[in-house]
Write a protein that binds this ligand. Sequence first.
Ligand SMILES: *Cc1c(COP(=O)(O)O)cnc(C)c1O
Length: 731
Amino acid sequence: MAKTPLTSEELDRLTAGLHRMARNLWWTWTQEAQELFQELSPRCWTNLYHNAVAVLHEVSDYELRVRLQDADFANRVRSVLEAFREYMEETDTWGNEHAPQFRERPVAYFSAEFGFHETLPIAAGGLGVLAGDHAKSASDLGLGFVGISLFYREGYFQQAIDANNWQTEYYTLLNPANLPLEPVLNEKGEPVICDVEIGMNKVDFRAWRVNVGRVPVFLLDTNLPQNEQHFRDLTLRVYGGDSTTRIMQEVLLGIGGVRLLRALKINPSVFHMNEGHAAFLTLELIREKIILGKSFHEAMNETRAECLFTTHTPVEAGHDRFSYDLMNYALQRYCAHFPVPFPEIMGLGRVQPKNEHEPFCMTVLALKLSRAANGVSELHGRVSRHMWHSLYPDRPVEQVPIGHITNGIHLLGWMKGPVRRFWRSKLTGAGADGGPGGDTTRFWQKGYRKDWAGALNSPEFWKQMADPDFISDEEIWALRYRLRRELIEFARRRLLIQGQRLTHGDYITFDSLLNPDALTIGFARRFATYKRAPLIFQQLDNIVRLTRDRTRPVQFIFAGKAHPRDDDGKRYIQHIIHLSKHSDLKGSLVFIENYDIHVARQMVSGCDVWLNNPRRPLEASGTSGMKAGCHGCLNLSILDGWWREGYDGTNGFAIGEDSHPDSVEEQDRVDSENLYRTLTEEVIPLFYTRDAQGLPRQWIQRIRRAMVTLVPQFTTQRMVREYTERYYLTK
Ligand SMILES: *Cc1c(COP(=O)(O)O)cnc(C)c1O
């Protein structure tokens, strides 16, 4: 292409384009775009934790213009920006074909947390990650969609482990100017300000816009000088503070969220509540209709026709409950707008509306005011029907109106860079991996850029993984080795930074920590006690023996955060770190601090086995195991949540049966035995049975089966389509 220097206009265009692209999360799931930012300053890329906006702050516009004089770099920028423009302007989408009405009147999706990327740490766990993936797939599908959440300027906590192996929490202030956020402004260029009534106060808020491809997600922010400090701090931390903070955050999310949409002249056709946190939005929709002259009951019925609800957990503590006094305090002024006495509003959140002793439950409110509701896996749907049967006493339990849509993940977003390149070269038949930018031009020019995401999500693409002519055992095994090594090097680097000592006084040699040839088992998730992180160490002596086996060693990598007020969860962390430092497991067990999206991506890609041992049926779905498949990592899991649907006997490993004992003690005992049995009788032998070429053919066969059967099934692409067809479009 052109060897002549770029014109000044062209330089302006490319520089502006890069700045615009940095503020659209599209780049986070587009490898070629990500590589541009990475290449601008590899050092800053790492130090600024993969923050494209911050990298562009570091690199001056002058430097950028100079760098663009490199014709190859300029060409790549040009083609990536062209692909970005095409993506943004694409009209030939699934959404336009199947749900065109949402273009004018979108689906509004309310969630207390969204997990998009490691640079915007405003999610506490799986619920937020799911919401982020939902938005990304809504964008890919071209669905009319808008998200609502809060801008927590200190985000979710960062984890540090102290000298007693005890989790401590610290918070860092997020600076909107250095994040992929844009202020929401009015015609005059000033921030749009809305307000909500909380207690006897009027609390103002503004909003930030996250561009998730074609989809906006608005984050509400009360940190305005006109608000009293404790209201400014409402949006300080994810699930921060006590139940007073919680109810006020939920008033802001639900009621404030509707008001922001109205201020922006967005008129949704459906309001989707992702978990009960957002359920106060129903009150605001009722209030709007009352102002228009509707009776309370008409307003309720019309609101119900607009709302959908997804419940996410059978764990009691996951369902917010507020006392009469707290409700009365938070909503007293607001409820003066309603033509019914306050106790009647209270009744909307009670199973027995007139029972004065019953607290107000957000899940009950959401169920009563939705036209449809669902759980997040088949088993969770069933469990939820039992859980909420008392709300529908005149129906048999099978007819409780809670269905299910099984969760998924945004496939491209979760793929590690080398794996995106690997699958792309498979798709284009380009052969060897070209390294960063290697076959980019060819890829774009071949016209795959539109189809790439579509192809990658299609069952047809993954069906080919059964075919050794399409992909050889050697290629799969080479990829596995590369990914395991990358994880181990990542873990060593992190442990060096963590300064973990294995023995008093002398540092371990980090380069000899973990074995790049050993069967690597990963476990990372929130340390909620029902997830039973230390279960496998109940058989400590046996596990030590497995790690010490010279010919068939296994090793473990753990990560995860406990809720700041969950001392039991913190004791689990303490126990595991203690074992990693002071037991015979040292060197074969490590704990990586500060679990987040980046750590998750390293782990689900590099581990050979992804372990999940929740106390059934409390894992409503679980999604981390879904991220494993496209990387060739196999699941070893209790038949709970999604795995009960995913496992078919050939595509991973099951711990126990499709049932569970009634008593918790019995369950823990049986599950621990079954886990050990499956590990020693199935997992380890399969991994270490090598043929003359040194390949574990049967293991690779399972990887193929996992790719064919699981990868295209457990995506948010499939999930969002299901929501659209079964819930958004039907009344
Ligand atoms: C995927 C993910 C989760 C959810 O994992 P589960 O298996 O559902 O518990 C939680 N946190 C992070 C950072 C994740 O990436």
